[in-house]
Write a protein of this length. Structure first.
Length: 410
């Protein structure tokens, strides 16, 4: 795999996203920029030159600065791909809104993701994890199997579908469609067909809830928001779709990265096997160390703002590199060491963003990961890769870090 030079020119901005040097490690440019140019310009695929912010302190300021907007229709909003630029023309959901619309729409579904709601879901998450692992164990330890297909993909899919209110008998079909949509090996046509299938499915579910009320998330949206006329049926479909797709690939990848990271650190794996209650600490460190969703935190200035002595003009884009902030030694000593015994305030970790748009499902995601890693190596203590660690195939180096397949034996 080609390694990119870490040299950072000041005259012509470097191309962005930077490439990961190998495996799951973040691009080496970040460390150099943190030292030399914490706020600098980068060049995107469309020739635009937004600012890149790489230090923890600046990132938290950017992500709480009300003069910076999340509205993708505003000129200058940094889009990472042509597909993203197209998608930005669609009617937004709360992820792409500013106050007060953002809070208004987010609060319609937020209670489903509160700590209380997630704690109440723990038995269900545990049962989902146990059932899938028992099915794997029942196959016997002979031939390798793909952990992604049998475990990492179904766990988060089954949980979010349960929250939305998808009937059990449709879970496998929808999981398959969601996988086609986000799996890099599908063609653009296949991915867009899968997108339409999911949207049509959710539209029919909204219609069903209009006829037959239920207490699930879609049923509640219909009862409390659609029927009184606060949002349209189509808005409800889009919100459900956002919740279905926003964290799915990220969750799958974080499970895969967790498995690989533990196998890369056998002493820490042993610690976790001996004391599964360390799983939450492991998950906090995992979500600091690896950034499953590194390109989400982008904004555009609505007026001239000054950061680090640089004037960012109204209409200029800003990318907050949370991945880099999580490796900032000012907040996380020895940041490039993976250490599940590390102690830090999870609020300082930027893997789920920061400020008003911080991931709505952070508690759910961490609880699912905690249950996964407290259980996986208890049920399958001999689980290991069926290929050498350095043959694990990661997503392309300029894309979000991901692992599409994980052949394992146990
Ligand atoms: C390990 C798993 C996950 C990671 C690393 C992750 C990461 C993130 C990040 C970085 C943001 C911030 C975006 C920004 O500031 O612009 C975000 C927002 C969001 N995430 Fe997650 N996420 C995960 C799981 C999930 C899951 C499971 C769901 C769905 C149930 C979800 C739904 C959302 C939504 C709806 C937003 C937008 C929040 C808002 O704008 O108010 N995420 N996530």
């Amino acid at each position: 795999m080609a390694t990119k030079s870490a040299s950072v020119k000041t005259t012509s901005p470097p191309d962005f996203p930077f490439a990961r040097p190998s495996g799951a490690e973040p691009a080496i440019e970040y460390a150099k920029l943190r030292e030399e140019q914490p706020i600098s310009r980068v060049k995107l695929w469309d020739g635009s030159e937004p600012y890149l912010v790489v230090n923890h302190k600046d990132i938290t300021q950017v992500l709480t600065d009300s003069r910076l907007s999340k509205q993708r229709q505003r000129a200058g909003f940094p889009e990472m791909t042509p597909g993203g630029k197209e998608a930005a023309k669609n009617k937004p959901t709360f992820v792409d809104m500013d106050p007060p619309d953002h809070e208004r729409q987010r609060s319609m579904v937020e209670s489903y993701f509160s700590k209380t709601s997630v704690d109440a879901m723990r038995p269900k998450i545990q049962k989902t994890v146990d059932t899938l692992l028992d099915q794997i164990a029942a196959k016997g330890s002979g031939a390798p199997l793909d952990l992604v297909e049998k475990f990492s993909l179904p766990v988060p899919s089954f949980i979010i579908y349960g929250i939305l209110g998808v009937p059990l008998h449709d879970l496998d079909f929808l999981t398959q469609q969601a996988a086609i949509r986000s799996n890099g090996s599908a063609t653009a046509t296949e991915a867009s067909q899968a997108n339409s299938v999911l949207l049509d499915y959710l539209a029919s579910l909204v219609d069903k809830r209009v006829q037959h009320p239920e207490e699930d998330l879609i049923g509640t949206l219909v009862k409390e928001q659609v029927k009184p006329g606060h949002i349209t049926k189509d808005d409800a479909v889009q919100i459900a779709f956002l919740l279905l797709v926003a964290g799915n690939a990220t969750m799958v990848n974080m499970i895969n990265l967790g498995v690989v990271t533990l196998l890369q650190h056998p002493k820490q794996l042993q610690d976790l096997k001996s004391d599964p209650s360390l799983a939450r600490k492991f998950v906090e460190e995992l979500c600091r160390f690896h950034q499953g969703s590194a390109m989400a935190t982008r904004r555009v200035a609505t007026c001239d703002v000054t950061y680090g002595g640089k004037v960012i003009k109204a209409g200029e884009g800003i990318i907050a590199a949370c991945q880099s902030g999580n490796r900032d030694s000012a907040v996380f000593p020895k940041p490039d060491e993976f250490n599940l015994h590390r102690t830090f305030d999870p609020k300082d970790s930027l893997g789920f963003g920061y400020g008003a748009h911080r991931c709505i499902a952070e508690e759910l995601a961490k609880t699912e990961l905690e249950i996964v890693f407290a259980t996986l190596f208890q049920k399958l203590p001999n689980l290991t890769l069926a290929i050498p660690l350095d043959e694990v195939e990661y997503s392309p180096p300029t894309k979000d870090i991901g692992i599409a397949q994980l052949p394992v034996i146990f």
